[in-house]
Design a protein around this ligand. Structure first.
Ligand SMILES: [Fe+2]
Ligand SMILES: [Fe+2]
Length: 158
């Protein structure tokens, strides 16, 4: 399956830690899309963990800059809930819907989410004087490779 490529025009928001997180989510999504049947559940678990860590980072930034965006937080909760449900099924060997989610839906969801709710957050951060010192310090989950920068090496099994 073709990889989802980072696209500055549609993905870059100009807030370094958010852009770095989004690169990591796309990398984990590509891993899940390309995972073999045996490796899929683990790849999907990593994707869910990377996505969850990223949502926590964005929500910490919202709190820090005083943006009370319940719609955005709610959308994060909704997607995480769906991913947790799909992960539970995939870990029992019923991965068909999770496979379809990464193949057909998550990339499109991410594009729209970045261009709407995340873009609004980035604009608010820019207006309120965000600096790179505010970078969340969350490490990749469970010793996963840090792919929050362009050109970082792929993880094991890539
Ligand atoms: Fe995001
Ligand atoms: Fe978001």
């Amino acid at each position: 399956m073709a990889d989802i490529e980072w696209n500055d025009e549609t993905h870059a928001l100009g807030i370094a830690p958010i852009d770095a997180d989004h690169r990591a989510v796309i990398a984990a999504l590509n891993d899940a899309r390309n995972a073999s049947t045996n490796a899929f559940a683990e790849a999907f678990r990593t994707l869910a963990a990377v996505t969850c860590a990223h949502f926590q980072n964005e929500e910490a930034l919202m709190t820090k800059c005083g943006l009370d965006d319940n719609e955005h937080r709610g959308e994060h909760r909704r997607v995480l809930g769906e991913m947790e449900m799909l992960l539970a099924r995939a870990e029992k060997g019923r991965a068909r819907i999770a496979r379809a989610f990464v193949a057909e839906r998550m990339g499109a969801w991410l594009d729209i989410h970045i261009q709407t709710l995340d873009s609004a957050l980035a604009a608010h951060l820019a207006r309120t004087g965000f600096t790179t010192e505010d970078t969340p310090a969350t490490a990749p989950p469970d010793g996963a490779p840090d792919r929050r920068t362009p050109g970082a090496p792929p993880g094991p099994g890539a």
